[in-house]
Design a binder for this molecule. Structure first.
Ligand SMILES: [Zn+2]
Length: 476
């Protein structure tokens, strides 16, 4: 039997770390076993599904290099198929129409609560021919008839045997009054039609599994192998939620995380292979298995993700890094002819930054004029007391005969000695004057790369800023 897995997101929100983990595991399992991996867009929730989210799903998977086989499936295009099967089920009695009003259902529920009974639909409409005749033209739902056998058992790859007693289940709705089929129903029909052999998904779906198996049995389909992966929590042990922007995968793309770093990090959120931490895509495809999935939950930890990203950034080739920087500058309309060659910049960034964006923001300083914010840091370092440092720097700058990092370093030390100020303070004054930023690569590197002409221009600008901004200084 050819192994076939699927990733089946709903386009009702952004993809998050948990979604991508399911996609990754399903994809790796298929690739490892020379099977197929398909993409299915579960968009039967017409109110909440959006085309823009569908586009995002494609974009993100492509960005992460997760490729799929066959054309992507859309549930919205399969409504006729679902209806055909529901009509068959109505005919053979595995499903029935329910005309109960919301009011009736509510009343029934209240009664059950008072009597201390399990809350479930009371089967009022099952086999009630009179009811059907009477209500013929009224809106109805279609309910699945839970058979009277005692329980459903299935074996989960991670958790072993799981049993659900049928009296825990009610005759659940498979078609709503508006005519749309429900999630648990569509999923089963799709997996059947698409010949899915292995379902890998989050553990929140365990409770759906007995319902789905009931439908599978009623239509004579084959039961796939289920793997429910454990939840991901935040630092505090709370389950991560779709609404939490910290797990929105787009955010990481925009912030300049590398796809390889993200995949490597996500792979290990619930799976391990001895103490090995770094996995190339090829290694993942070769080594992934379901056996090593963790039973316990995993903690999403941004520090660890940053560690991976820093690692992959440091491995990025010069050519790729330069391409990233050029692309960034283009997006921000930064004229890279107005400053040092990008090729010279990239060397000073690796190991300083967690993300490409941090690198890009540093790159920015070489092509744009510093922007002095009226914050406390600027007030502390760019004022009438420190003006002398900037003036001395300008006056003596021509003493540097050969423009090199070492000579700039010697020059800065001399000024620090002459003015009797500690080097760190001198460096901070110059850093803010030249870049407007608190954190930059070493100041001698920045001065060297920026070039004398630009440095003079910026220092003069900072002195003007101090003069024009004296009101701020006086208040203090
Ligand atoms: Zn009913």
């Amino acid at each position: 039997m050819k192994i076939k897995t699927r990733f089946a997101p709903s386009p009702t929100g952004y993809l998050h770390i948990g979604n991508i983990r399911t996609a990754l595991y399903s994809w790796l399992f298929a690739r490892k076993n020379k099977g197929n991996f398909i993409l299915r867009i579960e968009n039967t929730d017409f109110k909440r599904s959006k085309n823009s989210f569908v586009k995002d799903i494609f974009k993100i998977l492509q960005w992460l290099n997760i490729d799929w086989d066959e054309e992507p499936y859309f549930q919205s295009k399969r409504i006729n198929r679902y209806n055909d099967i529901i009509n068959n089920m109505l005919k053979n009695g595995t499903a029935y129409k329910c005309y109960c009003t919301k009011k009736h259902l509510k009343k029934n529920k209240e009664k059950q609560i008072i009597n201390g009974e399990k809350i479930k639909y009371n089967r009022k409409c099952y086999n009630n021919i009179k009811n059907i005749e009477k209500n013929k033209n009224k809106p109805y739902t279609v309910r699945f008839f839970i058979p009277n056998n005692k329980y459903i058992t299935f074996t989960d790859t991670v958790r072993g045997k799981i049993t659900f007693h049928n009296n825990e289940l009610e005759d659940f709705i498979i078609k709503r009054t508006d005519g749309t089929p429900t999630y648990n129903f569509c999923v089963v029909i799709d997996d059947w039609d698409m010949k899915i052999t292995h379902i890998i998904r989050g553990e929140e779906h365990i409770n759906n599994t007995p319902k789905q198996i009931h439908i599978i049995n009623s239509i004579g389909a084959h039961i796939p192998i289920y793997t429910h992966v454990s939840i991901i929590t935040d630092d505090l042990g709370k389950k991560i939620s779709k609404r939490d922007n910290n797990i929105n995968i787009f955010k990481y793309k925009e912030k300049g995380y590398l796809p390889d770093a993200l995949l490597n990090y996500i792979l290990l959120l619930g799976w391990s292979y001895g103490n090995k931490e770094i996995f190339s895509l090829e290694e993942m495809k070769k080594l992934f298995n379901l056996k090593n999935l963790n039973k316990s939950s995993s903690i999403f930890n941004i520090k660890k993700l940053n560690w991976f990203n820093k690692y992959y950034l440091s491995k990025l080739s010069k050519k790729n890094m330069i391409n990233y920087l050029k692309l960034f500058c283009k997006k921000r309309n930064i004229n890279i002819n107005n400053g040092p060659k990008i090729e010279n910049l990239y060397k000073i960034f690796p190991n300083r930054c967690n993300t490409l964006n941090e690198i890009n923001n540093l790159c920015y300083i070489f092509y744009k004029c510093p922007n002095y914010q009226n914050n406390n840091l600027i007030k502390k370092y760019l004022n009438f007391k420190t003006k002398i440092i900037l003036e001395t720097f300008l006056k003596k700058l021509n003493n540097i005969k050969i423009w090199s990092i070492d000579n700039i370093n010697i020059f800065l030390k001399k000024i620090s000695f002459k003015l009797n100020i500690i080097f760190q303070k001198l460096a901070m004054v110059l850093r803010l004057a030249i870049t407007g930023l608190e954190n930059t690569p070493p100041i001698n590197n920045v001065i060297y790369l920026m070039g004398k002409k630009k440095i003079v221009y910026h220092i003069k600008k900072s002195i003007n800023f101090i003069i024009n901004n004296k009101s701020i200084y006086l208040i203090k």
